[in-house]
Design a protein around this ligand. Sequence first.
Ligand SMILES: Nc1ncnc2c1ncn2[C@@H]1O[C@H](COP(=O)(O)OP(=O)(O)OP(=O)(O)O)[C@@H](O)[C@H]1O
Ligand SMILES: [Mg+2]
Ligand SMILES: [Mg+2]
Length: 522
Amino acid sequence: MLLLSHRILCWRSKRGVVYDIYRQHGRSSRRSFAIATSRTYEDAVDLLNTLQTPFGVLKQRRDAGIGLDESAKVEMRKCLHQIGYSQRDLDKLNVIHVAGTKGKGSTCALVGSILSKYRQSRAMPRNVGLFTSPHLIAVRERIRINSIPISKGLFAKYFFEVWDKLDAASATSSDLPSPKPVYFRYLTLMSYHVFLQEGVDAAIYEVGMGGEFDSTNIVDHPAVTGISTLGIDHVAVLGKTIEEIAWHKAGIQKAGVPSFTVKQTPAALKVIRERAEERHVGSLAVLEEDPRLRKVRVRPNAPFQRLNATLAVALAETALRKLDSTFEIPPGALPEEFVNGLENAVWRGRCEVKIEGNITWYLDGAHTQDSIAIAAKWFGDESFKKTGIRVLIFNQQGDRAAMELLEGLFQAIASQGSASFDHVIFCPTVPVDKVGKRDSIIHPTDSAAMAGLETQKAFARRWMELDISSSTMIKVLPSIEDAVEYVRSLEKQDDDKVHAFITGSVHLVGRALGILEGVEAL
Ligand SMILES: Nc1ncnc2c1ncn2[C@@H]1O[C@H](COP(=O)(O)OP(=O)(O)OP(=O)(O)O)[C@@H](O)[C@H]1O
Ligand SMILES: [Mg+2]
Ligand SMILES: [Mg+2]
């Protein structure tokens, strides 16, 4: 059913959930006015997807130069109260809060893995929560307990509990009905509910965007805060300079709370120090690579990952001391739990290698200039000395300077010598002719450009200009499924080794992993 008036757009989903979208002052907000008749995980994800901000609205905001402000935090605090918690309840979570341009998710996963080892050996913490973004395959990957994504059943239960509490608060309020928090805010709110209900006493939070105005930044007394490597990303929202970006990220530091960062450019570090002082943090330490990591096999064994591990060690140690004031690491080598935690941490889709017969898949979701250079170097180190056919699969359709990203990738590959790709494939992340999985529906993309594969065709033209000397086959394919099939057909034709590098977007890598493994979540 689809009813359309100039004020209200209303539709009924297959499962009988009715939604409406009110158009107010040119901006849309949503509110469910009928009770869902069915409340499965799928229903929850469908409802959650209605909270995504449409591409057009994002674009309008960007074009008008509207940046971030306090509003997300104001709304989050209000909603936290509406779902039955006080600010002080969040202190029970002993939050480990991580901001940064690159390495946030990896650092969070490393901390989670270390704490999980202590949970096994000493029952401290009792339960470890991990909130990260974006997800690779299923949205429930964003909320983990003891490293495992919460089940579909738990996701649905907590999703609808939050939904109902917000509806009830809205119904009893004398104010106009307030729209639900948007997608990321809703998930953040829900994560607090999940962790508090499930007895989590150490919760690791990856910032969504920036830090100062992020919806994760409403915890007044975290156990510790960490700022990973800073660089340039999200310039439309955070600013074009490293100082502006650092200002946002350094806004997670809190009064009386220890703060850690890693070595940064002097300009970034200056801002972090100023913000630490302004906030009266407990202490600020700027970490160089931890010498105790020399004997630890972090994966990949690259400087950037050892720096993430350095930060993770400091964050985990501080959190453990918060849980047990007598906790101390003996001088010298790292304790077994730290070593095992670091060596066995799993963070999918980042520098990941998968072998399938003669095909080796190299998957990395890098999508900034700095990280794509690192990913290209990693691929070169892993594959250039080996014989076989080399394939690149690339996409980037978010709010980024995608062409510069592609050029950066080309340069980073070219700078490693004469090896190059035999096949280069550009494809959209969500197939244009197939219905995408509901977990991977991303509204903030330009659907018109996507339908015509305009972005991918432009990538192909640019690669052709850059790659003048080579005999590379350049292709635009309608979906990542087709790209995977294409690579598999190469293996069949030549019976040769194939090295396939998939990069440029976390969403692309996630979808590829879903196809390769046929799983619903990672
Ligand atoms: N410290 C680092 N410095 C530079 N690049 C890094 C660093 N850590 C990781 N990377 C690169 O960035 C990619 C993404 O890493 P990760 O998921 O940890 O970052 P993130 O900050 O969570 O990024 P996102 O913006 O996707 O949330 C990795 O696959 C790797 O290529
Ligand atoms: Mg990011
Ligand atoms: Mg991340």
